[in-house]
Write a protein that binds this ligand. Structure first.
Ligand code: AKB
Length: 314
């Protein structure tokens, strides 16, 4: 049985991951933590305030609860990191280093997500291979590539059981993303229900990989349970589900809300980030090494997103 500390538990992934982990491993075995008090289901179980730039605090909480695993989610996303690059470095890299150190000291299994943001404009854009050129041009991307290498280093040098995936844009109706480039793909569903129209800050024809949250959560759990002898890559597995541009979301929404209208008002900062990322990535290494398989395509996800948001906004 695992006993897991989750950092950044109030964020988009954490809000759902904690609930799912508690269903599997029991409420007492999943310790949620965040820099501030969180509300909602995450609060219905062990919770601690943890600032990931404070290594001592991470160590103390991990030790007090005798955890054997840490899932490190606390990070600033791509658009925010572009606005405050120095702070992004401190939180994204400092937080990762601190959490890895605690994992080394207490011999914990370790998960942290990388992202499609770890790729850059010189990376092959279509069906981006698992192992390829990574020269990102954003602070977030620099953090993510460095993080992938750091996790590999902690495994090679100290034997820490580090594991990770490169997440696409994650889409969910539970907690909103904050400060990402792919956030439009969540906002579009809320606006479809509220106003039957949406103005996209990402230009028509800009493809990026996206994934529905249940597939993302399943991937984390499956990878953490995977037989280590089968893992060649360990950290930064490409995982893909849906490669889409804004019009693909509009068309999927129009199957349920025919009057839905999509217009464009491009934000140059986020567009530049999106243009530097792949159109679609190849997840065959994850499929072969630990059996990754996404269940949701854009139509199945859209139906569920619209139903759940309509219920939520009633
Ligand atoms: C972002 O847009 O910054 C994130 C990501 C793809 O890592 N959603």
């Amino acid at each position: 049985m695992k006993r897991i500390l989750v950092t950044g538990a109030g964020g988009q992934i954490g809000s759902e991951l904690v609930v799912k982990l508690r269903e599997i491993y029991g409420d007492a075995n999943v310790i949620a933590s965040d820099i501030r008090v969180v509300e909602g289901e995450v609060a219905n179980g062990p919770f601690e305030i943890v600032d990931v730039t404070d290594e001592q605090r991470i160590y103390q909480v991990a030790k007090d609860y005798q955890v054997d695993t840490v899932m490190h989610l606390a990070a600033l996303l791509s658009a925010t990191a572009e606005k405050i690059p120095k702070k992004a470095w401190d939180i994204n890299m400092g937080g990762l280093m601190n959490t890895l150190e605690v994992a080394r000291e207490l011999n914990l299994q370790f998960f942290t997500p990388s992202s499609i943001g770890a790729f850059g404009p010189s990376t092959p854009k279509d069906n981006t291979p698992q192992d390829t050129l990574q020269r990102p041009t954003t602070m977030y991307g620099v953090n993510k590539v460095s993080g992938e290498l750091l996790c590999d280093y902690y495994y090679e040098r100290f034997g820490v059981d580090t594991r990770g995936v490169r997440f696409p844009g994650l889409i969910s109706y539970v907690a909103p993303p904050g400060g990402g480039t792919t956030d439009y793909a969540v906002e579009i569903y809320y606006e479809a229900i509220k106003q039957q129209k949406y103005t996209s800050y990402i230009a028509e024809g800009t493809y990026m990989d996206m994934m529905y949250m249940p597939d993302a959560l399943e991937a984390i759990i499956q990878l953490m349970e995977a037989d280590p002898t089968k893992l060649i890559h360990r950290n930064a597995f490409n995982i893909a589900a849906i490669s889409a541009e804004p019009m693909d979301f509009a068309k999927a929404i129009q199957k349920h809300i025919p009057q839905f209208e999509l217009t464009f008002e491009v934000d140059p900062v986020r567009q530049k980030i999106a243009d530097s990322w792949p159109n679609s990535i190849d997840s065959s290494a994850a499929e072969e090494e630990w059996g990754f398989q996404a269940k949701y395509d854009i139509d199945r996800m859209t139906k569920e997103m619209l139903e759940k948001i309509a219920e939520k906004l009633k």
